[in-house]
Design a binder for this molecule. Structure first.
Ligand SMILES: [Zn+2]
Length: 561
């Protein structure tokens, strides 16, 4: 065949369906896969991929790239881990619709609950839209490395219609009618669906529940119900933290099951940690009753990272407050003083944390508070290190490690955790997608944009608990099926040429680093990967060995009825 733009030659094609890999050339023309087999390039550009696997680009359905995409056109950190398509606007936190001059109402949910600098958003986003369809037109025109799809977020929708009342009241019938109309407008323009948060962990920067949490279940049901019959529309939610097995919990889970069945709308949420297995069983029951539901899993367990260069949960406790306001060099010098250490240790031992938001962490338990000294487990706890070093208090070890590393040492706590066997069981289930990165959010609290490379390095190569084709399928074909991305997620003739070329022997996350590269110099974790030779989006080479080629081929993916 002639007229090819590019040929990826001699790699092992792992096509995203879960099927075994096979050696073949992949020919690309006009942004699509044109041919797979033995190909003579006839003048087309050739990438030699011998010894590498050639896979579809990864699809990440749980991100918060809404703010970041306005200043980071490449789509880091996700792109460094092979992600070529993201869904944003999760958990109710889209930045549209929005009233002119009222962007603070929308931004303050993202600022605290998702840890995105308010100053960075004010400086880095040109809030030039009001309605959701106007917003999608802006997203469409923004230069993009990777593909984006977006939900209409409930908190934004509420503040658009109700203003300040969104943080205080239930919606009136008029409010609900106006919200439904705006959601309809968004869906007509190609929004992926509707997202909300009912999570007690989601607070605004002024310590109030995010707007969606004021909604009654009836309001949520009405908005989801209004999507009935919309092809591929998805309802995403962050849960009320209610466990089944008691009256209140059962009522909540039955309500959600009934909503999924009666609306017919695909319903999705995080299936994480020690409740993941029972959640998957619940999803099976809803599926059997005729509903569509799928879980979002995580290849590692959501984990908070802490350091003196970012934050600790105890930064606001007693003596820590004044201590942490000093320049880092001063903090480092003072940490050598036993008297200062004593005061800081005392404050942590007597801490009162109040309500903790998002991924800020949880009260330290030293045998589960780890020194994060390498990108993959196992890790050693501060309790263990303190015993080994003969220290009276685990914080003494934390202070020592901080000084030894010029205040760069990272520490980690799991927010959700399951055994490797449970994690694999849940990831394998056909009603789940390995996707819960939260990329673009919690930017100085977690570094989960690397869950894709972690899956390949840890579960496939090191533990051998998943085969390579199976792992690739979770992040490609299966994700595309659940989110309804037709023509993506597989290497097949006619499919979009979103492609990764990966060295399976070396692929894996590198250590996260603190970077100050947000608008106004605000900080975040930056995390790269090894072993990804190239990532292509729409047939164009976007990155080569982690370096941006300059191409910006990403598209807005509009859902179509
Ligand atoms: Zn989220």
């Amino acid at each position: 065949m002639s007229g090819l733009d590019l040929v990826i030659r001699g790699g092992t094609v792992v096509d995203g369906t879960g099927a075994e890999g096979y050696i073949a050339d992949v020919g690309i023309a006009g942004g699509k896969i044109a041919e797979i087999g033995k190909i003579s390039p006839n003048g087309a550009r050739v990438i030699e991929a011998e010894g590498h696997i050639v896979t579809p680009g990864f699809i990440d359905g749980h991100t918060h790239m809404d703010a970041q995409m306005h200043w980071d056109h490449l789509g880091t950190n996700s792109v460094w881990h092979g992600v070529s398509t993201v869904v944003m606007g999760n958990c109710g936190f889209s930045i549209a619709p929005m009233r002119k001059g009222k962007q603070a109402l929308v931004a303050r949910s993202l600022e605290r609950a998702e840890d995105i600098s308010g100053a960075a958003m004010a400086a880095g986003i040109d809030f030039s839209w009001e309605s959701y369809d106007q917003y999608l037109d802006v997203v469409d025109k923004l230069p993009k490395g990777i593909n984006h799809a977006a939900y209409v977020g409930h908190s934004a929708l509420r503040t658009f219609v109700m203003g300040e009342r969104a943080f205080e009241e239930e919606a009136s019938e008029d409010d609900l009618a106006a919200m439904t109309a705006e959601l309809t407008r968004g869906l007509d323009a190609g929004a992926m669906g509707f997202s909300t948060s009912r999570s007690l962990a989601h607070l605004t920067s002024d310590d109030r529940p995010v707007a969606s949490r004021l909604a009654s279940r009836g309001e949520v049901a009405a908005l989801v119900g209004s999507m009935k019959g919309r092809k591929g529309a998805v309802f995403e939610l962050a849960h009320e933290i209610l466990l089944p097995g008691n009256l209140e919990g059962d009522a909540y889970w039955n309500w959600l099951a009934d909503l999924a069945v009666s609306s017919g709308v695909a319903t999705t949420y995080g299936v994480l940690g020690r409740f993941a297995v029972s959640q998957i069983e619940y999803i099976d029951k809803v599926t059997a009753a005729g509903g569509r539901m799928f879980g979002q899993t995580h290849s590692r367990g959501v984990s908070s990272l802490f350091s003196f260069r970012t934050a600790f949960l105890f930064d606001k406790q007693g003596a820590w407050q004044a201590f942490r306001q000093q320049p880092l060099e001063v903090q480092k010098a003072q940490l050598a003083d036993p008297a200062v250490r004593g005061v800081l240790i005392d404050a942590v031992d007597n801490a009162n944390y109040g309500t903790i938001s998002g991924a800020e962490g949880k009260p330290p338990q030293w045998d589960e508070f780890y020194y994060f000294d390498k990108p993959m487990p196992p890790y050693r706890s501060l309790a263990e290190l303190a015993a080994e070093r003969g220290k009276a208090h685990p914080l003494e070890v934390l202070f020592d490690l901080a000084i030894e590393t010029d205040m760069s040492a990272l520490f980690m706590q799991y927010l959700t955790r399951a055994s490797d066997e449970e994690t694999v069981r849940v990831m394998r289930h056909p009603s789940s997608v390995m996707t819960f990165s939260d990329s673009g959010a919690h930017v100085s609290q977690i570094a989960d944009s690397s869950i894709q490379t972690h899956l390949l390095a840890y579960f496939v190569r090191e533990k051998q608990l998943l085969s390579l084709p199976e792992a690739i399928h979770l992040m490609t074909g299966r994700a595309a099926d659940h989110w309804g991305f037709a023509g993506r997620g597989r290497l097949e003739e006619g499919y979009a040429a979103d492609v990764n070329i990966i060295d399976p022997a070396t692929v894996g996350p590198r250590m996260p680093e603190v970077a100050y590269d947000l608008p106004t110099g605000a900080r975040r974790f930056s995390q790269r990967a090894d072993g990804i030779m190239a990532t292509l989006v729409g047939g164009e080479v976007l990155t080569e060995n982690g370096v941006h080629t300059g191409a910006l081929p990403g598209q807005l993916l509009r859902r179509q009825d």
